[in-house]
Ligand binder design. Structure first.
Ligand SMILES: [Zn+2]
Length: 192
């Protein structure tokens, strides 16, 4: 499909979100109203426009490029999420999705930012990179599985986000100084 302009087809779902001022759709799209020349977030409490006049944009910048003005009420270009809250969105996402393959680009997509800006902001606030944070979660979870379950080392690796056992073992050793199997054995010995 080739798109000749930045605006997109208005779906029924989006239309319902606009009618009901549904904030859960904020940042998934913006809507501009041809008759007023203004664009809004889905949650905006302004008067429901005539459906035929609505144009949909993924990004506020696209609407601006087409010379729509941001609504004063819902401030669609608005104050950016403060860094602290943005980083909380990132850590929460990683805390929940550490088992999946997660690149900086995935994270940036999920957390609505550019990879560069996301990486820089995260590092500034957390004093580590997103990749280091993710690695810490994965190794921590792996320790829990090693001690709390009888799962094999390679299955644990897969569960915490390392599809390749050799990479899992190498990373585990780098963090803890011992292999996953040694970690498990030591803890049994400690109990005896
Ligand atoms: Zn508005």
């Amino acid at each position: 499909m080739t798109r000749t302009q930045a605006s997109e087809f208005l779906t029924d779902e989006q239309w319902q979100a606009i009618i009901h001022n549904d904030a859960s759709y904020d940042d998934t799209f913006f809507y501009a109203v041809k008759s007023t020349g203004i664009f809004c977030r889905p949650s905006c409490k302004s008067k429901v426009p005539n459906r035929d006049n609505v144009r949909i944009f993924r990004e506020a910048q696209q609407a601006i490029r087409e010379e729509y003005r941001p609504c004063k009420r819902c401030k669609p270009t608005g104050e950016r999420l403060p860094d602290k809250e943005w980083v909380a969105v990132m850590t929460e996402y990683m805390d929940k999705n550490y088992g999946k393959s997660l690149s900086l680009n995935n994270l940036a997509d999920e957390c609505h930012g550019s990879p560069y800006h996301l990486h820089r902001t995260f590092k500034k606030m957390m004093h580590m990179t997103p990749a280091e944070y993710l690695m810490n979660i994965r190794i921590g979870k792996a320790k829990q599985y090693l001690l709390g379950t009888g799962m094999s080392v390679s299955d644990i690796g897969v569960t915490v986000g390392f599809p390749h056992a050799s990479y899992f073992i190498a990373q585990f050793k780098k963090k803890t100084g011992i292999t996953p199997a040694e970690y498990r054995r030591q803890s049994y010995e400690d109990q005896e």
